[in-house]
Design a protein around this ligand. Structure first.
Ligand code: PDD
Length: 285
């Protein structure tokens, strides 16, 4: 069945949604995006996603044509129109289209806003049970990874290489340190039981799930170290996991062909996943 999608004020069947070939999102990846999870038909961690969207648009000088409250209303309407129970809502805002291809842009260009739903199994997904295998991969992205732009070619290439190597995803490496997963934040639990993840900077996306997890992890009493860590530390870790809006927490059970500890999803990772899902459901809007 065709989805109803949102395009610049209209709710239309996906086959009727059309965008100019001169749209800067298409020509230059001059666009930002957000993905919000949906559980029981409700939005998860959405205020955080909308706040980050606003920040991304400010950093790039892209006009946000609607308020946060209006965006939430659009998201809710799409959930309702598509009968979405579990999955996500993709939101993309490009700088817009002019009459030709030109690197420079005028400041009064009208942006293009697109939203669509994706039905996915998030809670009972098999990856919770199996965990995922990752390979390390050179991080070739630009220097402003804190802005959630659609310039995702490095991530596409990296994930394709991971699948070719019979792994599920990558952990990206820069100057010997892990930056992030292919589309997630990366964590290890050391043999001493410390939770380690890279500190926030322009080198990584400031994950909304990460922010919630860090608060919840503190309540468990675990010692948290926000610092850079190497892939060798990850090989020797007690546990490893990733977080994102679409995975929540997925255990990492193998890195570069080496099992993490006994090669099974870690106890803390699964506990944190359950705490996150329960809390997120309570706070869902
Ligand atoms: N990706 N780091 C990167 C590079 C990401 O692309 C993502 C999310 C994250 C996690 O952020 P959050 O917890 O706010 O989802 C970290 C989304 C899910 C995507 O591109 O589909």
């Amino acid at each position: 069945m065709e989805r109803i999608v949102y395009l610049n004020g209209d709710y239309i069947p996906e086959s009727e949604a059309q965008i100019s070939i001169f749209d800067r999102g298409f020509l230059f990846a001059d666009a930002v995006y957000e993905v919000t999870a949906v559980l029981d038909g409700k939005l998860i961690d959405n205020p955080g996603h909308l706040a980050r969207l606003e920040r991304s648009t400010k950093e790039l000088g892209i006009k946000l044509p609607v308020t946060g409250a209006e965006l939430t209303a659009i998201q809710r309407k799409l959930i309702e129109k598509n009968g979405l129970v579990e999955g996500g809502i993709y939101l993309q805002l490009s700088r817009g289209a002019e009459s030709d291809r030109d690197f420079d842009y005028s400041d009064d260009i009208e942006p293009t806003l697109v939203l669509f739903t994706q039905s996915r199994t998030l809670i009972n997904c098999p990856k919770r049970e199996t965990g995922i295998k990752v390979i390390s991969y050179n991080d070739i992205r630009w220097r402003r990874r804190d802005i959630k732009t659609t310039s995702l070619l490095p991530a596409c290439l990296a994930k394709h290489a991971a699948h070719a190597a019979k792994a599920d995803d990558v952990w990206l490496i820069e100057d010997g340190f892990v930056t992030e997963g292919g589309s997630s934040n990366a964590y290890i639990v050391t043999q001493e039981g410390k939770l380690v993840t890279r500190p926030l900077s322009n080198d990584i996306l400031h994950g909304i799930t990460r922010a919630s997890l860090m608060k919840l992890a503190k309540d468990t009493g675990v010692e948290i170290e926000e610092r850079n860590f190497t892939i060798e530390e990850a090989y020797a870790a007690k546990e490893a996991f990733i977080s994102s809006a679409t995975t929540f927490v997925w255990p990492v059970v193998e890195i570069d062909g080496k099992p993490v500890a006994d090669g099974k999803p870690g106890e803390f990772s699964l506990k944190l996943r359950d705490i996150y899902i329960n809390t997120a459901k309570e706070l869902a809007e």
